[in-house]
Design a protein around this ligand. Structure first.
Ligand code: CU
Length: 191
């Protein structure tokens, strides 16, 4: 009985040993820019430094701006414990999220993120700048139809929505006029 217990204990110890990694995951120890940094000018490069070498081939860093656009440039480079990526000239001011995933030296993937805040808008014109679409295009002689207008409205955003509203109110007004005219006619024929 005691022997069985010993075997069981040894077996569970071996199991635990197999599950517990001999080496811990890579841990981010520093970054440039630092996590939570407030910058007046965008960084040209993001460098993440880990406590031990990172494996090649899996590492990826992405920089997501407050506009939701990606601002990293080129491939993510692994140099021993350092992982870096280039950054385009930044656009809107706000919080930029630097997401990363790497393969630890123990073979386990690690992913997390740091953030930094751009306090002054960068030189890059934000991709969200509204295109000055002429609203008058809706009144063009060749009317593309309400369906096409709606599709256009969805693409154009703000200005397009205005067109949709105008088109919608024209339809409603037109319908009301037809109903009113019909009523008048009915009243005329009845009386
Ligand atoms: Cu691990």
């Amino acid at each position: 009985m005691r022997r069985l217990l010993t075997v069981l204990l040894l077996a569970s110890a071996a199991l635990l040993g197999a599950v517990t990694p001999a080496q811990a995951h890579n841990v981010l120890i520093s970054s440039d820019p630092k996590d939570g940094a407030e910058l007046a000018t965008g960084p040209k490069k993001i460098t993440l430094t880990f406590d031990q070498p990172v494996r090649q081939g899996f590492a990826q860093i992405s920089v997501i701006g407050p506009d939701g656009a990606q601002w990293q440039e080129g491939k993510t480079v692994v140099d021993r414990a350092k992982v870096s990526v280039g950054v385009k000239p930044l656009g809107p001011a706000g919080v930029y999220s630097v997401g990363y995933r790497i393969l630890s030296s123990d073979g386990h993937p690690v992913s997390s993120k740091i953030t930094f805040t751009l306090t002054v808008p960068g030189q890059a014109a934000p991709a969200q700048a509204p295109a000055a679409e002429p609203v008058a295009s809706a009144a063009a002689p060749q009317d593309p139809g309400l369906g096409a207008q709606a599709a256009e409205a969805a693409q154009n955003g703000g200005a397009g929505m205005a067109v949709l509203w105008i088109a919608g109110s024209i339809v409603v007004l037109g319908g009301a006029t037809v109903v009113a005219m019909r009523r008048t006619r009915e009243q005329g024929s009845a009386g």
